[in-house]
Write a protein that binds this ligand. Structure first.
Ligand code: CP
Length: 315
């Protein structure tokens, strides 16, 4: 039994199974018929990930447990370890955790008898984000064959860049990075190209937010950031026919992307957020099944859907 911590832990078969399950949830309404509690423990700010996990849980009929660091016993000095053990003891069946430290999972994962889903760990991993990103790409292109993806922006401090590069590589996609000198990370070994090259070559342009909360490296080399390294209206015109724009959000309008392009025809930024609900439903289900917390037979199409299908057949 595995916790859901990093893309590195997933096989290609598991990735395609998750995409298939996300499609199933997108097309039909399913519920888990057993009472299940999920705790969403966010120790870092989040809008998209947290709310889409809550929506995913409620769509599946799971019960989400409230938690806020400011009103929790962490204010009295309780540790992460004791906090998660408390949730396990009160009866949580699964924990969704976001934390600023890269390796937070190492200190707790071996002592828990319930699955953990990583909702973001420092600069290191954001596996559910990359899953929703590839779900969006798959919906658009129907395959990953021969695709070229440029991941552009603050690569050095981005967990989204790391997880996406790992996941896309597993799927055979050619990955490029583009970044200002201060934001380059070279250990991963992906080739760097300029933003002008990226727009001309790539099918997917994945923009990244400057992660101000993780550094203060917005130096003189990045003062004209949009013009020098971002997606301007001029550059968008040079994108390939059918090429799309992704951004994990939150967007710094006018920094990594021209404000008018955020909702342009090529943008799939809202679609990514929407897909986050279904891919997270798939991840929750995978973890609950794998840890034997639920059985396949406890995932049921909702009665209204069954009635509709019967009516459709009768007509
Ligand atoms: N993409 C992402 O993780 O957004 P949030 O920080 O709003 O969850």
């Amino acid at each position: 039994m595995k916790h859901f911590i990093s893309i590195k832990d997933l096989t290609v078969e598991e990735i395609y199974q998750l995409l298939k399950m996300a499609k199933m949830y997108r097309e039909d309404d399913y519920k888990i018929t057993k009472q299940i509690f999920v705790a969403n423990l966010f120790f870092e700010p989040s809008t998209r990930t947290k709310t889409s996990f809550i929506v995913a849980e409620r769509k599946l009929g799971l019960e989400d447990l409230e938690f806020a660091t400011q009103t929790s016993s962490m204010k009295k000095g309780e540790t992460l370890y004791d906090t998660v053990k408390t949730f396990e003891a009160v009866g949580a069946d699964c924990l969704v955790i976001r934390h600023e430290h890269d390796e937070w999972s190492k200190s707790i994962s071996k002592d828990l008898q319930i699955p953990i889903i990583n909702a973001g760990s420092g600069k290191k991993d954001h596996p559910t984000q990359s899953l929703l990103d590839i779900d969006t790409i798959y919906q658009e292109f129907g395959s990953f064959k021969d695709l070229k993806v440029a991941i552009a922006g603050d690569v050095k401090h981005s967990r989204v860049a790391r997880s996406n590069a790992q996941l896309l590589t597993k799927l055979g996609v050619k990955v490029y990075f583009t970044a200002a000198e201060d934001f380059k990370e070279t250990e991963m070994g992906y080739p760097y190209i300029t933003m002008d090259e990226a727009v001309e070559m790539c099918d997917v342009l994945m923009l990244l937010r400057i992660q101000h909360e993780r550094h203060d490296e917005f130096s003189s080399s990045t003062i004209n950031y949009l013009e020098d390294f971002g997606l301007t209206k001029e550059r968008e015109k040079n994108m390939k026919e059918g090429a799309i724009i992704l951004h994990p959000g939150p967007v710094n309008r006018g920094v990594e992307i021209d404000p008018d392009l955020v909702e342009c025809k090529r943008s799939r930024i809202s679609k990514q957020i929407e897909n986050g609900v279904y891919t997270r439903m798939a991840v929750l289900t995978k973890q609950l099944l794998e840890w034997d917390i639920i059985k396949e037979s406890q995932i049921r199409k909702s009665p209204s859907q069954i009635t509709q299908t019967k009516k459709h057949k009768a007509n």
